[in-house]
Design a protein around this ligand. Structure first.
Ligand code: PGA
Length: 249
């Protein structure tokens, strides 16, 4: 019922030429249906990707919550909309850690993204100390309730959550499929409390954190995992294709 998503988060990687090369070699080899392939690329190459992509959906990695104004270096929702970008990652742990993004700020960004018909990929997840002291669910509850405070969801198909335990990102140490499923299931329960089960059942929840071609099948066998948000492995053409194929249930 929920169409899986394989979203590549390229972070601060790939020049325009590298990105176009990737697109041309990957697109003909992607599954024809059963998965939505997304690339979240650096802002400066988004327009090139939007123009050239035929299969891959294009997303940004961040967005300012304001529409315009004196915010040097920032990109507004109006600009992303004008670029015909479809998705935007919000609240990635690197943004939270290095750029002080709070749940309040992420909440404003989600509201603005929806206002401009951009589909948010909202990232949540605990750090290692929180996992170890047993507060993972408490952290997820605070993050989800904070991010979605007063947010009206009129189309659940347009909302994506990514559960990304911070200790698993870029470390090669993925969560086990059971840990990932537990967290994604809990996130779905939190969403059901906020919006009702019917809405919650339609929202795609991805797992992210050292997803690779070896663990994708097991992760995807879990009932509440609807795809992956993938950093490192999404940069490699062959891996991206394998990961997309692995998402077809
Ligand atoms: P990773 O990154 O796949 O390299 O662990 C995931 C992410 O940060 O979204």
């Amino acid at each position: 019922m929920r169409k899986p998503i394989l979203a590549g988060n390229w972070k601060m990687n790939k020049t325009r030429d590298e990105a176009i090369h990737f697109l041309l070699s990957v697109e003909p080899n992607l599954p024809k249906d059963g998965v939505e392939a997304v690339i979240c690329a650096p802002a400066i190459i988004l327009r090139d990707l939007v123009k050239r992509s035929e299969v891959i959906h294009v997303g940004a990695q961040n967005m300012n919550e304001n529409v315009s104004g004196a915010y040097t270096g920032e990109i507004s929702p109006v600009m992303l909309k004008d670029t015909k970008v479809e998705y935007v990652i919000l609240g990635h742990s690197e943004r939270r850690a290095y750029y002080n993004e709070t749940d309040e700020k992420i909440n404003l960004k989600i509201a603005r993204a929806l206002e401009y018909e951009l589909k948010p990929i909202v990232c949540v997840g605990e750090v290692l100390a929180e996992r170890e002291n047993g507060t993972t669910n408490k952290v997820l509850k605070t993050q989800i309730e904070g991010a979605f405070k007063d947010i009206v969801i009129s189309n659940p198909d347009n909302i994506v959550i990514a559960y990304e335990p911070v200790w698993a990102i870029g470390t090669g140490k993925s969560a086990t499929s059971a840990q990932a499923e537990d967290a994604c299931k809990y996130i779905r329960e939190l969403l059901a409390n906020l919006y009702g089960a019917e809405v919650s059942d339609k929202i795609r929840i991805l797992y992210g954190g050292s997803v690779n071609t070896k663990n994708i099948d097991e992760l995807m066998s879990m009932p509440n995992i609807d795809g992956g948000l993938v950093g490192g492995a999404s940069l490699k053409e062959a891996d991206f294709i394998t990961l997309c194929k692995g998402c077809v249930k």
